[in-house]
Design a protein around this ligand. Structure first.
Ligand code: NDP
Length: 241
């Protein structure tokens, strides 16, 4: 029987590529999204993957949303914590609101989504949790103290939960993408992108969402059963750890 996979922020950008790749690999997929109804409807129409609207920043909404997904598809066996936002500003200009929104979504969102699913994974002695962090959580990025802190936190929770889940058959891993050509990155000024960002990437191009999706499919698979607490850096050679 097909396993059930839930992808947060799964109807656009990297998340959409992950949802489609998991579906193609034989999973029953649910894609969560926050508010872009139009994109979600178009995604479901194109792919047949059902979409579910709630904010990962809201614990109760996550618990409710997960219940609905599980009632529709069955217990979630693969959770991909992909939803993320940016609210960039240099630190001296960053508002408490910008800090809070990014921490609530990009870091607490991982707790809010994983916590309601965790006990079921433990009971069933199987689970795959894959957290989409970022190169900027590994190296830090000026203008993104909020985002860098949240994404570094995602690596911390990945390693702690990997230890807690190991005996229960749950693996927990992270992927740190570099610059990937999604709306989040295309929103960067084109001159900055072409003159400052792409020249820093040794392979000389942005990554493709599919290149992250294929890492997720591998980490979700039985072949990756001995890999837990790991971070895959997929950044075109821009940063090594
Ligand atoms: P996009 O902006 O293209 O898509 C973000 C997705 O997350 C959307 O589906 C959005 O929903 C959803 N989302 C945002 N906030 C919430 C929320 N509170 N609750 C539920 N869903 C939410 O982002 P990317 O595809 O570029 O990024 C995906 C992930 O990869 C993020 O975690 C990002 O930090 C990370 N990443 C991206 C990189 C890149 O170069 N693009 C590089 C490194 C990491 P909706 O459609 O409703 O708005």
């Amino acid at each position: 029987m097909s396993k059930v996979a839930l992808v947060t922020g799964g109807s656009r950008g990297i998340g959409a590529a992950i949802s489609v790749a998991l579906k193609d690999a034989g999973y029953k997929v649910a894609a969560n999204f926050a508010g872009n109804d139009e994109a979600a409807a178009a995604f479901t129409k194109e792919t047949g993957i059902p979409t579910y609207k709630w904010s990962v920043a809201d614990y109760d909404a996550c618990a409710e949303g997960i219940k609905k997904v599980e009632a529709d598809l069955g217990p979630v066996e693969v959770l991909v914590n992909n939803a993320g936002i940016t609210r960039d500003a240099m630190f001296h200009k960053m508002t408490p609101q910008q800090w809070k929104e990014v921490i609530d979504t990009n870091l607490s969102g991982v707790f809010n989504m994983t916590h309601p699913i965790w006990s079921g994974m433990r009971d069933r002695k199987f689970g795959r949790v894959i957290n989409i962090s970022s190169i900027n959580g590994q190296k830090g990025q000026a203008g993104q103290s909020n985002y860098s802190a949240a994404k570094a936190g995602d690596l911390g929770i990945t390693k702690a939960l990997a230890q807690e889940g190991a005996r229960a058959g749950i693996t927990v891993n992270a992927i740190c993408p570099g610059y990937i050509g999604t709306e989040m990155v295309r929103a960067i000024d084109e001159k900055v992108l072409n003159e400052r960002i792409i020249p820093q990437i040794p392979v000389g191009r942005l990554g493709e969402p599919d290149e992250i999706a294929r890492c997720v499919v591998f980490l979700a698979s039985d072949d990756a059963g001995f890999i837990t607490g790991s971070t895959i850096s997929a950044n075109g050679g821009q940063f090594f750890v």
